[in-house]
Design a protein around this ligand. Structure first.
Ligand code: 9MG
Length: 274
């Protein structure tokens, strides 16, 4: 199980040629390890390895192609570091092989809806992050619609959690993620960020992935490489809303922001008198 006694930072490692935020620079195992190393040194608690881009409009990748990208990277990271590695995938076979290679958490933007995915995770006994997505990555941003985005996202995740628990996944092994940017307009994303406490009330630890996303671009008018300040503001707002894991690209800067937040909000922090 993950230690979630304080906020945790999940560093994003996209091992894809078309990744939206790193331009595919980390598509070889050596480069992936180098990037993982820099994130660990900067204070990452978890490394999230993904081999299929989920950016809007991204083309799907087949199983063999995804495995060829992620497995060498996971093996190399697991050999050098003793920290949780999560596998960002929706494919049961990739989940299985990634866990055999050293991953210890499944991060599924499809919330284990692929045939066999729930059973696969139940059988492996690893924790899973269930993320909400309306539609599929290729088309999800075309016309997202909700009557009540916060209620619908929460109901969806609770229903997925019920299915998981019925299949044998322990409730303590389940994390929720509202899926910022996945079939959502800017207003949907803002409503979800504002209402994060309502998702946290479910009792499932909440993961927030807002780093560098288009919602930050829309609010600031900045390109993807210039969204750090906006991403940090969103990260702190997510912590205020109760998020326990922040999925980010800029680990060192997020670590600083988390330290400041902890000092003010957590009892026993450096601002407490002895
Ligand atoms: C893979 N991936 C891309 N964005 C994400 C997000 O917001 N949350 C999670 N859990 N995974 C994501």
């Amino acid at each position: 199980m993950l230690d979630l006694s304080g906020p945790r930072i999940m560093g994003v490692l996209n091992v894809t040629p078309d990744s939206f935020s790193d331009g595919g620079r980390f598509d070889r195992p050596y480069a992936a390890l180098t990037h993982a190393r820099s994130m660990v040194e900067a204070g990452a608690d978890i490394i999230d390895v993904g081999g299929e881009s989920t950016r809007p409009g991204a083309a799907p990748v087949d199983e063999e192609g995804e495995l060829a990208r992620v497995i060498p990277a996971i093996e190399a990271i697991a050999k050098e570091f003793d920290l949780p590695i999560s596998i960002d995938t929706s494919k049961p076979r990739v989940m299985r092989e990634a866990v055999a290679a050293g991953a210890s958490l499944v991060n599924d933007v499809n919330a284990l809806r692929a045939p066999g995915a729930v059973e696969t995770v139940a059988g492996m006994g690893v924790p899973v992050c269930l993320m909400h997505m309306q539609g599929e990555p290729r088309t999800m941003q075309q016309s997202p619609h909700y009557d009540d985005v916060v209620g619908e996202v929460k109901d969806f995740l609770l229903a997925r959690a019920r299915t998981c628990v019925e299949a044998g996944i322990r409730p303590e092994a389940i994390l929720f993620d509202p899926g910022f940017g996945f079939g959502k307009t800017l207003q949907h994303n803002l409503a979800l960020l504002r209402s994060l406490p309502s998702l946290c009330e479910t009792g499932y630890p909440v993961v927030a992935g807002i780093s560098r996303k288009s919602m930050i671009g829309m609010l600031t008018g900045r390109d993807v490489e210039q969204r750090l300040a906006g991403s940090l503001a969103a990260a702190v707002l997510a912590l205020e809303g109760g998020a326990r894991i922040l999925r980010v690209h800029d680990v060192a800067e997020t670590r600083d922001a988390v330290r400041v937040w902890e000092a003010v909000r957590l009892t026993g922090g450096p601002l407490e008198s002895p």
